[in-house]
Write a new protein. Structure first.
Length: 435
């Protein structure tokens, strides 16, 4: 009986152990399954975030100009010539009309080709009237990012010989794996009217649809803005006028006619970027540019190719001028204002300087703006370099002796003048000098 009792106890213990092992195994399997489900959810979440169909991102400068170059490539094929020696119109791989047709078809979106029945018989109609070099300059854009394909809408202006000839819109798809692109012309010039969505169909490689991502240096980026506004001024003065900073435009020019005269005096047709300075602010980036004639072009860029322009550094107080002015003592402030006056003289902006003359001095010496302009043109140089010395102050007046030389001729005879500056509220001032 005792042996039977021991056997029963042993069987009960063994049964408990077996049950415990089975429970442990079951729990381990459940944990593994939960882990698989967790990984599955995580992977699905990553995948759904990668293909973003609901959010329109904003490409950076390099991507924007990459898309712009794709459109320019499309136009390069359209205006390509296979006879003659014009380098601008010669394209490698295009030596006859059939190859030209093939090149254009090779960059057109396949769905666009199908829906519009584009073929070798009518593809050249897309470039009807374009027989010379044309430049496409993008002005606005939007993008939907995909896992493989990024789809862009871009609008811009087309220029021929610096003259604006049309506004155009496009849908551009970039295949990030093949580094290929496709183009779809759209008959609108307003970015809001272009609808885009993801399309992950790969863009097969051919001889004409390869692209490379732009990697612009600071020099190249600033030059882009300078060249773009130069095209605006030459090709469409009304558009260039509207691109001026609103406050600056209202304060500087009565109308677009006055603006046109002002611009014509700056020789902008032959102007090129000589130097620049970059200032970064919270809401915009500022490019302060000088051409070879010492003319200013100040671009306040809120987003790629979305900018406002100022054409001098004295009509409005720039942030860096205000900061410097606030740090300066009264003598330095007088010198800063005197330099602003000479910037205006060099800019042929005689009205600005005339309005800064002391009332009594102006009444006694230059009753009219024409008389003042005549005096300046006869007694100063076309472009003046100024140095100041012998600062004195008395009764709220600040006096400097100024030595003026011709900036265009190092051997010019110096002109000496004594200037008297009175500081007013803010950064305002009045001035007089010995006549």
């Amino acid at each position: 009986m005792k042996n039977i009792k021991y056997v029963a106890i042993a069987l009960i213990v063994l049964l408990i152990i077996i049950i415990g092992v089975l429970i442990t195994i079951n729990l381990m399997q459940e944990n593994e399954n939960m882990g698989d489900k967790t990984n599955e959810i995580s992977e699905n979440s990553i995948s759904s975030n990668t293909i973003n169909t609901s959010t329109q991102d904003e490409p950076n400068d390099n991507v924007f100009f990459t898309v712009e170059n794709c459109v320019q490539t499309y136009y390069k094929y359209i205006y390509s010539q296979y006879e003659g020696t014009n380098f601008d119109t010669m394209v490698e791989g295009i030596s006859n009309e059939e190859e030209k047709k093939n090149a254009i078809l090779s960059v057109l979106d396949t769905t666009y080709i199908s829906e519009n029945n584009i073929n070798t018989d009518n593809v050249l109609n897309l470039g009807e009237g374009i027989n010379h070099y044309v430049k496409f300059a993008g002005t606005d854009y939007k993008v939907v990012s995909g896992q493989r394909i990024d789809t862009y809408a871009i609008v811009g202006k087309l220029y021929e010989n610096m003259k604006e000839i049309s506004s155009n819109g496009f849908i551009v798809r970039l295949d990030k794996e093949n580094l290929t692109f496709s183009i779809e012309p759209v008959q609108v010039d307003n970015i809001d009217e272009i609808q885009i969505s993801t399309n992950e169909t790969p863009i097969e490689v051919n001889n004409f649809n390869i692209f490379t991502y732009e990697k612009l240096s600071e020099d190249e980026l600033v030059t882009k803005y300078f060249a773009d506004y130069k095209r605006q001024v030459i090709g469409n003065a009304n558009a260039a006028f509207e691109m001026l900073d609103d406050e600056y435009r209202e304060k500087k020019f009565e109308d677009v006619t006055e603006f046109g005269k002002y611009i014509s005096d700056r020789n902008i047709q032959t102007a090129f970027l000589e130097s620049y300075q970059i200032n970064n602010y919270d809401e915009y980036t500022q490019y302060v540019c000088l051409d070879q004639y010492n003319n200013y072009y100040i671009f306040n860029v809120s987003n790629v190719m979305n900018y406002k322009v100022l054409l001098d550094i004295y009509t409005l107080d720039l942030p860096e001028f205000i900061e410097r002015y606030n740090r300066a003592n009264n003598g330095e402030r007088a010198g800063l204002n005197l330099q602003r006056a000479f910037d205006a003289i060099n800019n042929k902006d005689y009205e600005y300087v005339y309005n800064k003359l002391d009332d009594t001095f102006k009444e006694n010496n230059f009753p009219t703006l024409n008389e003042f302009e005549e005096y300046i043109t006869e007694n100063f140089y076309n472009s003046n370099n100024v140095t100041y010395s012998n600062y004195k102050s008395s009764g709220g007046l600040h006096m400097y002796d100024a030595t003026i030389v011709d900036a265009e001729n190092e051997k010019s005879s110096p002109i000496t003048k004594t200037f008297i500056i009175k500081l007013l509220d803010g950064t305002d001032f009045t001035m007089s000098f010995n006549v």
